[in-house]
Unconditional design. Structure first.
Lengths: 243, 124
């Protein structure tokens, strides 16, 4: 399992993937695929019944593995950003409310641990199904919520709103975190860019999250922008066309 | 149980291959396997293959050479060939499709259940 060595003969095809990041990604993906399939088998009970505690642990590991796969996909998107994006988008009518709720569920453990309140303000009226690629829109939600958590302080609050506005849906994520300075506004969606405040708050970060997020939104003919909120913090807005 | 259609899996990672075989056999498919390009070139001549799952990075011959050979083989000209790889560059996807791949799937982005669905859909 895993650790497949690329021999000289296989290098021929690997040359199709033009650079080191693609080659490393291929190797990492192979290992992550093995984890993904094995964990899924365990979760599905294919190799015996598990206790609820075991399922919870494996579910967390599975989610973590999925995050790693998403990270590699993000990296490849950035790596290929000067070319056509290679990751295929599978557009289907998606229940965006359900997708957002499911994504938020992944973060409640972390927010509780950090003493941050994550509050979802549900829409008052029904939301039409949105024609989008579920996997990449999930990445958008994950990136924005992760940022809101990462740059919030203990005791902070994060509000997530979902609204239908005519032929679009608007998702907004408000945090009471460190905010974005005027000098960073122009660069915030640029590849590998991290603000000084972000680096000070958390030195670990790739600077590709918002870049990737914007790319994905634009693939959906949507829009993303942000506003600083009074008293500090930022609100990110995502507008997605319904059809 | 699904019909006993024969699927050829060309995959050199023995662990992944084992999981793929297990999943398909459980669904009632007859599965044959190849772990290298050379072995794949022999196995594609077996009769009655309904679909092929093709990895690209393989010892001996690469997946493109195999795909080309598959489409040159009269009995296999129109059968579904799903390229199932952890490569994903645009030019790799395009080259696969130009050589006659029915579909291109990035392994790490799919569960085995999703793979099975795609195989079933392509066999309809």
């Amino acid at each position: 399992m895993n650790g497949k060595v690329i021999d000289n003969k296989s290098k021929k095809i690997i040359k199709e993937e033009s650079n080191t990041i693609s080659i490393i990604s291929h190797q990492l993906r192979t290992s992550l695929t093995a984890f993904k399939w094995t964990l899924k088998m365990l979760l599905d009970g294919d190799v015996g019944k598990l206790t609820s505690e075991q399922i919870a642990l494996i579910q967390k590991t599975y989610s973590s593995n999925e995050n790693m796969i998403s990270l590699i996909n993000n990296l490849l998107e950035v790596n290929h950003s000067d070319e056509k994006i290679s990751i295929s988008y599978d557009f289907k009518k998606i229940d965006i409310l359900y997708l957002l709720e499911q994504t938020l569920l992944e973060f409640y453990g972390e927010t509780t641990k950090k003493g941050i309140e994550l509050i979802f303000i549900k829409p008052e009226s029904p939301i039409s199904p949105v024609n989008c690629d579920e996997k990449t829109i999930r990445i958008v939600f994950q990136n924005l919520i992760e940022n809101a958590i990462k740059y919030s302080n203990k005791g902070g609050k994060i509000f997530v709103f979902l609204k239908q506005k005519d032929k679009n849906v608007e998702i907004s994520i408000y945090d009471s975190g460190i905010g974005i300075s005027d000098s960073d506004k122009e660069n915030i969606f640029k590849k590998f860019y991290r603000t000084k405040r972000a680096i000070k708050k958390d030195s670990v970060g790739s600077g590709i999250g918002l870049f990737t997020t914007k790319n994905i939104i634009e693939k959906h003919n949507g829009k993303i922008w942000f506003e600083n909120t009074a008293g500090g913090g930022t609100t990110f807005f995502v507008l997605l066309p319904i059809s | 149980m699904t019909t006993m259609k024969k699927i050829l899996i060309i995959e050199d990672d023995s662990f992944l291959q084992g999981l793929e075989v297990g999943k398909l056999e459980k669904e009632g498919y007859k599965v044959i396997t190849a772990s290298s390009g050379e072995e794949a070139m022999k196995k594609i001549n077996e009769s009655g293959i309904s679909a092929i799952l093709l990895d690209l990075v393989l010892p001996n011959f690469d997946g493109f050479e195999i795909l080309k050979k598959i489409r040159e083989t009269e009995a296999l000209k129109t059968i579904p060939v799903i390229v199932f790889s952890n490569l994903s560059e645009e030019k790799t996807v395009t080259r696969s499709k130009n050589l006659g791949a029915t579909e291109f799937m990035v392994k790490s982005n799919f569960t085995l259940d999703e793979l099975l669905k795609r195989i079933k859909a392509n066999l309809k």
